[in-house]
Design a protein around this ligand. Structure first.
Ligand code: MF3
Ligand code: CO
Length: 256
């Protein structure tokens, strides 16, 4: 079953999404060479609590209940795709690209968002991968409206990424969100137009393209959380929480 959120619930998600976006911007502004990634996590948690939210990734359990995510923020650097664990031993350096992924429970409803930024000066190729991933998310969002299909989103993301010479990660997907961190349906970043489940007004979705320079093969790190590219090449990740409307999509995690 796919949850449909009421307009009152979407109002709260909009409020929470705005707060989450401003927190993530503030955290992103701290990124600089020499900083330990744990400091970004601590700031994220502090700002979420100050705004009467709860960090929704903290203690998040894997499906089999064996592992629990230890932080509020995911920090994934270079060949790390998603779910990198912040650490006092992980120091950002000039030229890195860093994905920051943050989720918040606010008034009992969940929003989810990610952005990728460079640390100091980065390569032209990294710059292009960031631009293309950001644009692919925008195109995915643009394909949404009541009556469109899940495949329309994936198709828009995939076509733009591949047209620019990059590949989409297929093993990891976007998702419904709102009552929980992850809800049905899955939102793949590949697909064919006009296929898959029909979108309906009131669905709330987290779109999160993960785009890579090389092969889309991925591996799970021995920490049991961090997904990385198998070939060690760069990966970029952007995410927004959006609500399906009659004639489009409203970005709930909008940057002010
Ligand atoms: N935005 C990430 C996702 O949808 C959040 C992961 S939650 C974690 O996969 F707890 F698993 F890190
Ligand atoms: Co997500």
């Amino acid at each position: 079953m796919i949850n449909i959120k009421s307009s009152e619930e979407i109002k709260i998600l909009r409020e929470g999404g705005k707060i989450l976006a401003s927190i993530l911007s503030e955290v992103a502004r701290k990124v600089k060479p020499g900083l330990a990634t744990v400091e970004l996590d601590q700031l994220s948690e502090k700002l979420i609590r100050k705004n009467n939210g709860e960090p929704s990734f903290k203690n998040y359990k894997t499906r089999d209940d064996r592992f629990s995510y230890p932080a509020s923020l995911c920090v994934s650097i270079n060949d790390e795709i998603v779910h990198g664990i912040p650490s006092k031993n992980r120091i950002l350096k000039q030229g890195d690209i860093v994905s920051l992924d943050l989720g918040m429970k606010y008034k009992n409803l969940y929003t989810d968002m990610a952005t990728t930024i460079g640390v100091g000066k980065i390569s032209d190729q990294a710059e292009k991968l960031i631009d293309v991933t950001k644009k692919s998310l925008a195109l995915g969002i643009k394909s949404i409206k009541d009556g469109a299909c899940i495949g329309d989103i994936g198709s828009a993301v995939q076509l733009y990424a591949e047209k620019n010479g990059f590949n989409v990660v297929r093993h990891l997907v976007g998702h419904g969100v709102g009552y929980k961190v992850h809800e049905m349906p899955d939102i793949p970043n590949y697909g064919s137009k006009g296929t898959g489940l029909k979108l309906k007004k009131g669905m709330v979705l987290a779109l999160e393209p993960m785009i890579v320079i090389g092969s889309s093969d991925i591996i799970l790190d021995k920490d049991n959380w961090t997904w990385k590219t198998k070939d060690g090449l760069l990966s970029v990740h952007f995410e927004h929480t959006v609500a399906v409307t009659r004639n489009g999509a409203e970005i709930l995690t909008k940057i002010q």
